[in-house]
Design a protein around this ligand. Structure first.
Ligand SMILES: Nc1ncnc2c1ncn2[C@@H]1O[C@H](COP(=O)(O)OP(=O)(O)OP(=O)(O)O)[C@@H](O)[C@H]1O
Length: 365
């Protein structure tokens, strides 16, 4: 891909080769990041994903140099940087609340860092205008932040960071204050800028759809502990534990006792029935485990050879537009969520098929 004009003369962004770290953060006696390990290579888009309070903003703040780590080190291209001042790290940062200077125009906000660097005014003029063109704000130079929508303010904040050719871009929930439609549009713009400018980006979010759509790799955190690192597809299809599965939209968790294994399949006893699931290494017969399955993977009716069929009564129907999601009270007492394009009627009895290859076999926690 050709470098954008906004980066003309410098080629692509001064991207990093590798960022490595292992950091611990304590507030008082409380550990909020526990030896959080991470390795990022140049041009990667990595997302920190997790619920509120899991430590993702703290991790980003430590990388930025805004929060001192309690223990551990950060290395950039083999050089230690956790003792380097934030402004000397050459990172760009975009925050949830935009953090623009209200008394400066759009031009003034984007030009601010270049002015501090005492770049020649003709260069500043050119770089700011090119960058505003890139974030689709050409013509807004003389407006003040208070005269812009939230989405436009966030574009200014992104331009302000990018104009300095950051080695690493850090995004802290940048779309959280925007409405749903704008979030989807802006996440596409961020992804495009990342690719177009050859950036290396770390992005913090609690929104799994955002993480899936943006990332090369997703880092899932829970209470300061790393739960799983993987590509969006790995995290979505093969969560490693109940926490990640739950966070990624698996809504059904069946407590089972594993039985015998044959031909790559393992038997799973559930409420007096035997289900079949794809076997996984390190699970043994007799072990208590969890079978997770997404509502959209549960099928209405009996299909195939009649295996893995559960029966129950529709207790609740949620209308989702094209589909419905229904909660089914199973004969054995458990509950199951199913999502379907077909009409589901409250109170009716249904057979549900749980395809063996859609189960994810997990340890009970
Ligand atoms: N300055 C501070 N002093 C004490 N505790 C703090 C401080 N900053 C953060 N914490 C605690 O550290 C933990 C992690 O906070 P952090 O803001 O990193 O989480 P987060 O995952 O980014 O959450 P959110 O999405 O709500 O911002 C939380 O329990 C929080 O209360």
């Amino acid at each position: 891909m050709r470098p954008s004009r906004a980066y003309a003369g410098r080629g692509m962004a001064d991207s990093i080769d590798k960022l490595q770290m292992s950091i611990t953060k304590r507030y008082g006696g409380k550990v909020v990041l526990d030896q959080f390990p991470l390795e990022i290579v140049g041009r990667e888009f990595v997302t920190f994903l997790g619920p509120s309070g899991c430590g993702k903003s703290t991790a980003l703040g430590i990388i930025a140099g805004l929060v001192p780590p309690s223990d551990g080190e950060i290395h950039l291209n083999g050089r230690r940087i956790d003792d380097v001042a934030p402004e000397k790290r050459g990172f760009g940062m975009v925050f949830q609340n935009y953090a623009l200077f209200p008394h400066l125009t759009v031009f003034g906000n984007v030009a601010f860092g270049l002015s501090l660097q005492k770049r020649p005014s003709a260069e500043i003029e050119q770089r700011v205008r090119d960058m505003l063109g890139l974030v689709r704000l050409a013509g807004y130079e003389d407006r003040y932040p208070g005269q812009l929508s939230g989405g436009q303010q966030q574009r200014v904040a992104i331009a302000r960071a990018l104009v300095l050719h950051p080695r690493l871009m850090l995004f802290d929930e940048p779309l959280s204050n925007l409405d749903a439609k704008l979030r989807v549009e802006m996440r596409a713009e961020i992804k495009q800028l990342h690719a177009q400018l050859g950036l290396t980006s770390i992005y913090v979010t609690h929104d799994q759809a955002e993480a899936l759509s943006l990332s090369d790799r997703i880092v899932v955190l829970r209470e300061g502990v790393l739960m799983q690192v993987g590509t969006p597809q790995e995290i979505h299809d093969r969560p490693k534990n109940v926490f990640v599965a739950d966070f990624m939209g698996f809504r059904n968790f069946l407590d089972v006792t594993l039985g015998k294994e044959a031909g790559g399949m393992i038997e799973a006893g559930f409420k007096g029935q035997i289900l079949q699931a794809r076997a996984r290494d390190s699970f043994r017969p007799g072990e208590h485990a969890v079978l997770a399955i997404r509502p959209e993977d549960v099928r209405l009716g009996q299909s195939g050879d009649g295996a893995n069929v559960l029966r129950g009564k529709v207790e609740l129907v949620e209308y989702l537009g094209r589909e419905q999601e229904a909660e089914i009270a199973l004969d054995g007492g458990a509950r199951l969520w199913v999502r379907s394009h077909e009409k589901i009627v409250l109170g009716e009895m249904l057979d549900l098929t749980l395809p063996a290859d859609k189960f994810v076999l997990l340890r009970r926690e």
